[in-house]
Design a protein around this ligand. Sequence first.
Ligand code: PBG
Length: 335
Amino acid sequence: MNQFSTLGSYPAVRMRRNRADDWTRRLVAENVLSANDLIWPIFLKEGSMRSEAITSMPGQVRVTLDGLIEHAGRAVDLGIPAIALFPVIASDRKDSEGREATNPDNLICTASRLLKATYPSLGLIGDVALDPYTTHGHDGVLRDGLIANDESLDILAQQAMVLAQAGIDTLAPSDMMDGRIGKLRTTLDLAGLTDVRLMSYAAKYASGFYGPFRDALGSSGALKGDKRTYQMDPANSHEALREVAMDLQEGADMIMVKPGMPYLDIIQRVTTTFNVPTFAYQVSGEYSMIKGAINNGWLDADTVILESLMAFKRAGCSGVLTYFAIEAAERLKRG
Ligand code: PBG
């Protein structure tokens, strides 16, 4: 006996009946994808050129502050609830400790104040990690060639504070230092910033799929070594559950798994085990892979973009960070 033994069999049962027409398919659909499920990552650059193409991410741009309001307005118009901001910092502003990350007038803080003043109801997600700001491209500080975990926590907490004070309502720590969620929660709470949410990149893998993102930031050439001493080993699955459990205990409000498509098994384990709001990050490499094939005429944009996002809903996600957010929302609107 199993759960299927009472459901009958062919010819009495014909699975195709429920697929026979559009209204039946809509009626029996188990999952729905809407604009409410999308978070759009945006690359911000200093200067005033409005926008600059990112070669390894066709269709995505680095936008400067003078073009930001129009750019982010596309998300607002389509009903996308939130955007995630990533800074592209000039190399003369980088140092070995990523000090620019804690400058209350840095690019992200300035952008955040501008966006909050223009679009008060647009959710702003700010990454907490030092890699855009360090000369070595690592997410924490290096001491004698090693990542200094606890020293990094102090700087990350300062970064979190300036972001929160500038209006970022959700902090997304992507640094993978141990103890960062607890550190940030305590720091924010002590400052009275109790409503600032923490969306933890809890299970973040040391992945080759971040390649185009590092190009976009200009950190790929600079990166010394790799991130395998802090990001997770792609071979591991149980370890992801432990990471998530710890982050929830330390005060995370939402959980992220990253990359997305190659780690759908992890997403499903996390959502079924914890039942907390979980997000997938369909990362730069996944975007470029799909977009590249579309641009070559090898894949059909009208089917694969939404199909790739529906996979995350099926796996139990509340939503997805995706560079396809605008294209997807436009397609969903068209129906
Ligand atoms: C770094 C960070 C990375 C991404 C988001 N935050 C890259 C990395 O860990 O090297 C990747 C996102 C993407 O590939 O789209 N803190």
